[in-house]
Design a protein around this ligand. Sequence first.
Ligand code: PMP
Length: 368
Amino acid sequence: MGWFVYVVFMRFRAFINSFRAYAWEPSDFEIAASVGLDVSRIRRFDLNTSPYKPSHWLKKVAGELEELAVHRYPDTSYSALRRGLASYLGVGEDCFVIANGGDEAFDIISKVYLEDGCEAIVSSPTYSMYRVVSEIMGAKVVSVPRKVGFLDDVDGLIKAVNNRTRLIFLCSPNNPTGNVIGRDDLVRILNECDVGVVVDEAYQEYGGESSVKLAESYSNLMVVRTFSKAFGLAGARLGYIVACRETVDVLNKVRPPNSVDVVTLRLAELALDDVEWVRLRVRDTLAERSRLVSEISKIRGVRVYPSAANFFLLEFLERDRDEVYYELLRRGFVLRRLEDPALSRCLRVSVGLPEDNNALLDALRDIL
Ligand code: PMP
């Protein structure tokens, strides 16, 4: 056995030993156990998912389960889903690559663009998965720090491009800061940089303009979107890339053929027939965000950053943020602590249901 383990380790890529993996979110049970609370007391404000579960879609699928052809593979061209997406976004049916969540979309893009010795640029702080997929492909990640107020440093991003650069990852609205990238800035990057440009619009339904229409004119643009946030389907795992037909053909070369299951595909069909429900839940979330932001702003010693998404940053001006984090955690409130040194005084809060938001407000007022 010992000999077998030794041999297996010898065959790892050397890079794996020093690679900093994605930090998985702990489960409610693990968190409850770590602070000695019953799991029912755990309230998650760290996941950026929707608090609204689309139960009516689930009920419909439940009634159809027996008819679903689970003994066969899904239609691997995902044509029905692409038709639904085309009418939702107003772009052609051939402009989509379907993936098992936005994260698989980044994986597909990085497999096409990246290899040892090349570079990928990120506008930091931002979503850590861009670094993860890039490093796995052997690329060096070049971080361009955001400007005051966490705005993208467009000049800095353009200047960072060299002949080793293959991709620029942008996120709009940006996780974790909530900033959007302006259309003029994006067009400037697309025009001036002869590299792949990824715009992650995971949170676009909550705010900011979508750049999907630009994909028809810029073959270097890939817009990544997901059903995990505003559509309330994070557990179903469905994402997609919007790009021009030529880029879609290339990306499809490395796409796994069957990574989206038939149950999820049916859920997505129902979701796209019911986007009004999604719009109403977005409206509810934005109303709650305004209320939370205005109430937290009245608390001494905390600064709230504006955000276009269903989450926002709090900066603690008088208290150590880790102390606040643990005090909240001991009461069952889980906020997100971010590793980036630029955010060492910040916690990220996802907007929840009104009763949970009220409980968080009470706890914050008490602690601060
Ligand atoms: N982009 C951003 C900015 C995110 O925060 C997330 C969710 N963590 C994703 C993409 C990926 O989401 P999913 O894989 O669930 O579609």
